[in-house]
Design a protein around this ligand. Structure first.
Ligand code: ZN
Length: 141
């Protein structure tokens, strides 16, 4: 639990048992999750927290930069345990979200924005979501 205490502390959050348990579970899941999925994973670990409590903790984690919210994925809200710079492919048919790692893509966009900055705004982060459907395989019949 020491590593999780440190993460909370490093992000300026008070350490509580509930936050530690949610953080540990998130790190074990290590993927894109909804509040319901986090609650389910907690339950499997015999930890019972209300959806509202978990949602509040996830929002707090998001505000402090421990996790990311995937904005284009719509409802239900999906959180990403990995906050390193990466894009996503959002599958419209299954609502599954897959990482799309391409440093060059971010570099290109950063350079472009640096040369053409939006007026009156500072960029906080670049969020790239590719909305997609699986390719249909050619019919053989
Ligand atoms: Zn991701």
């Amino acid at each position: 639990m020491e590593q999780y205490r440190r993460i909370l502390k490093d992000h300026g959050l008070q350490i509580t048992r509930q936050r530690l348990l949610v953080l540990k579970t998130l790190k074990e899941l290590n993927c894109h999750v909804t509040v319901e999925q986090v609650c389910g994973a907690l339950k499997e670990r015999n930890i019972v927290l209300t959806v509202a409590t978990v949602y509040n903790i996830l929002n707090l984690f998001e505000k402090s930069g421990i996790i990311m919210r995937l904005s284009a994925a719509g409802e239900p809200v999906i959180f990403d345990v990995n906050t390193h710079e990466h894009a996503h492919v959002c599958d419209l048919s299954s609502r599954e979200v897959v990482d799309y790692n391409d440093k060059e893509l971010f570099q290109m966009i950063k350079e472009y924005i640096h040369a053409h900055p939006p007026k009156n705004f500072e960029i906080e982060r670049i969020d790239i979501n590719l909305i997609a459907v699986p390719k249909t395989k050619g019919e053989t019949a």
